[in-house]
Design a protein around this ligand. Structure first.
Ligand code: ADP
Ligand code: ZN
Ligand code: ZN
Length: 659
């Protein structure tokens, strides 16, 4: 009689032992069907042992060991184990998350019809530019783990470097994993990869892949059939027995961090995985995360730079428009309106970037002070004139727009501030001859509508685009020559210490939409702070100057990457309960924390009420990652044992990005 130790998808940080006949070490990594409570569960065998801590006769026997797919390899189990410890998440839940739903339920997808291998198209590749050559060589020569930061603006030929590096790895019979942000995984990229590797088995993995295909892709990867896995953050958990290279494109992108359940950073896990397997990893970006850039300039990562665009074209000219000196018209300066008129006359496209959807952020009564608050959140409901609703952007609560003030009956109530819909209306009035197209989550609410909008832009059916950050990434509009930025100043002075980093990346990206081809591009930034270093660095296309200045500020303030953080959040119907839980949690941490760890006071979150639940948080910080990790391991056990009202929920976020 042996014992199998099984990881189950339950919110408990432990494994479960069962009796089993005829099991061997080779069954580690197989799924097992076991009795649990009054039902049955499917789990993963993580160990086979001769004896348990509990008396064997007290253990229930496992129902079945499923050997219908290859066992998950030891390095995959080790990766899940690392994530479980590092992110303080039960191992069984990490594994359940990493497995495709079909396999988690014990099913196998029907095998795919095998299509005949195509013949490699003998396409001639462009000769690499010198800097690309250096990069490809360095990656190829790494001979084991090395982390590279490939820093280069859009169009500098980063993707070409990835493809060459992947080519070299495939040639040695190994697999490559390429991670991209959700929104960047366009059919164009998939096509570019499959055209380059026509005989390779390529597995795409993202939220749009149906369950059966996802399970098939996972099995292809596990069996070593897949040569390339191209996917979003979840693909970092693909089992790849012959993995030889990892690429993370747009590595700074916030979508690599999951904000619920297992709050992991796919980029960080990818680096760990590369180290674990002793293979190189390439992190690419035009605006690297400051953590990554810090590693690159301090020598932990190797910096590879592409300073020039691959296709000869000048970067756009970036100018600040000082809005302190003039009265704006519908939020727009004379300089911006003139520039728009010029593009219209020339038949070129313009984009006005305003990262706030809706018509106006609030409706208010000047007579009594009523404003359109959300009853469920600590936020205002936004005026949506397109469908005549007041809508909360946090919880979705909506209602019609009142004709008069609900409190005092005053009929003279107004929208205040400006969103994309209001800008759309204003531009339509000012340029009646122009075709104005608004692109935000409201107008592009489904993938189909989004594709239709993109098609219209490409077909030249729009003169002026108004867009939120949806439009910033990855799109190439040949006739777009002007980008106007409106309302960006707020992010300069936001409470979140990462706000400037995000703003810089966003503006760099949106500015890069202009002048991508033979037509020169121009970016106009309306601001009351034209001399701000962030804007100056942007105008000079100098990411490094911006990053170094930010890192100096972070060092002085003791913020990441010069410290490591974890955030304990609690939510309950009453803020008092959330704060009381955090106070008790803090008290429990005090005896566990060594001198290198700082425990802050519990505070209400900025959006302290969301969907009728009130939220507070407690920040823990240390200059030593091991010291922080040691505290978290001991602390999370205590947290589970703390008394709390039944409706209270809490979670721990390690290396949080959002506060
Ligand atoms: P990035 O990923 O940095 O945006 P890409 O690799 O997509 O850059 O390259 C931008 C454009 O330049 C693409 O059209 C690509 O085909 C082209 N390109 C890249 N490298 C070269 C090269 N060495 N010679 C000629 N064209 C190149
Ligand atoms: Zn009123
Ligand atoms: Zn709300």
């Amino acid at each position: 009689m042996s014992i199998v130790r099984v990881a189950l998808d339950v919110p408990l940080p432990r494994l479960f032992d069962y009796q089993a006949d005829e099991v061997a070490e080779s069954d580690i990594g197989c799924r097992a069907r076991v009795p649990f409570g009054s039902g049955r569960k499917l789990g993963l065998i993580v160990a086979v042992a001769a004896a348990s801590d509990q008396p064997t006769e007290k253990l229930k026997p496992a129902d079945a060991i499923l050997r219908d797919m290859p066992p998950l390899p030891a390095d995959w189990l080790a990766l899940c184990d690392f994530c479980s410890r590092y992110y303080q998440h039960p191992l069984g839940q990490v594994m359940a998350f990493a497995l495709p739903p079909l396999l988690r339920r014990g099913k196998l997808p029907r095998p795919r019809k095998v299509s005949g291998g195509g013949t490699p198209a003998a396409k001639s590749l462009p000769a690499l530019l010198p800097e690309q050559q250096v990069a490809v060589q360095a990656i190829h020569a790494s001979g084991g783990f090395a982390a590279f930061l490939l820093h280069g603006v859009t169009g500098s030929g980063k993707t070409e470097v990835y493809l060459r590096a992947i080519d070299a790895v495939l040639a040695t019979g190994k697999q490559a994993l390429m991670l991209v942000p959700e929104i960047a995984l366009t059919p164009q990229l998939e096509q570019r990869v499959s055209e380059r590797f026509p005989t390779a088995c390529i597995v795409a993995a993202h939220s749009g892949v149906p369950d059966a295909a996802r399970a098939r892709g996972f099995l292809d990867a596990l069996a070593g059939r897949a040569d390339i896995v191209l996917g979003t953050r979840l693909s970092v958990f693909m089992p790849l027995p012959r993995l030889g290279l990892i690429v993370v494109d747009e590595e700074h992108d916030a979508s690599f961090k999951q904000q619920e359940g297992l709050r992991y950073s796919a980029r960080d896990v990818a680096v760990l995985r590369a180290k674990q397997l002793d293979v190189p990893i390439v992190l690419g970006s035009a605006t690297p995360a400051l953590e990554t850039f810090h590693h690159a300039i301090s020598g932990r990562y190797r910096l590879l730079e592409l300073r020039h665009r691959a296709v000869a074209e000048a970067p756009p000219v970036v100018r600040m428009v000082d809005t302190r000196k003039e009265k704006l018209q519908d939020g727009m300066s004379a300089a911006l309106l003139d520039a728009l008129a010029t593009r219209l006359a020339r038949g070129e496209q313009s984009l006005v970037f305003l990262n706030r959807r809706g018509y106006a952020p609030v409706l208010a009564c000047p007579a009594c002070g009523w404003i359109s608050r959300c009853q469920r959140c600590a936020a205002n409901r936004v005026v949506h004139l397109a469908d005549k609703r007041l809508r909360c952007h946090h919880c979705g609560l909506e209602a019609g727009i009142p004709r008069a003030c609900p409190d005092c009956g005053n009929q003279d109530i107004h929208p205040f501030g400006r969103g994309t819909q209001r800008l759309e209306a204003a531009l339509g009035e000012r340029f009646p001859q122009a075709r104005v197209l608004r692109i935000d989550r409201d107008s592009a609410s489904t993938p189909k509508r989004w594709q239709a909008l993109l098609a219209a832009i490409h077909a030249g059916e729009a003169d002026i685009l108004i867009g939120t950050q949806m439009l910033a990434k990855g799109h190439d509009f040949p006739r777009l020559t002007l980008v106007g930025v409106v309302g960006a100043d707020a992010a300069l002075f936001a409470a979140d210490f990462r706000a400037p980093e995000r703003l810089f990346a966003q503006l760099m990206q949106v500015g890069g939409r202009s002048g991508r081809h033979d037509l020169p591009g121009e970016v106009l930034i309306q601001t009351e702070h034209p001399a701000h270093p962030l804007y100056r660095a942007l105008a000079e296309h100098d990411y490094a100057a911006f990053a170094r200045a930010q890192l100096d500020e972070r060092r002085a303030a003791g913020f990441p990457p010069f410290s490591f953080q974890a955030l304990l959040s609690a939510e309950a119907p009453e803020i008092g309960d959330a704060l009381a839980y955090l106070a008790a949690a803090r008290a429990a941490a005090v005896p566990l924390a060594d001198a290198q760890v700082s425990l802050y006071d519990p505070v209400p979150m900025r959006l302290f009420r969301l969907k009728n639940r009130e939220r507070a948080q407690l920040l823990v910080e240390s200059t030593s990652r091991p010291a922080l990790q040691a505290l978290l391991a001991a602390w999370s056990e205590r947290l589970r044992a703390l008394k709390a009202p039944r409706e209270l929920r809490w979670h721990l976020d390690v290396d949080p990005l959002e506060f």
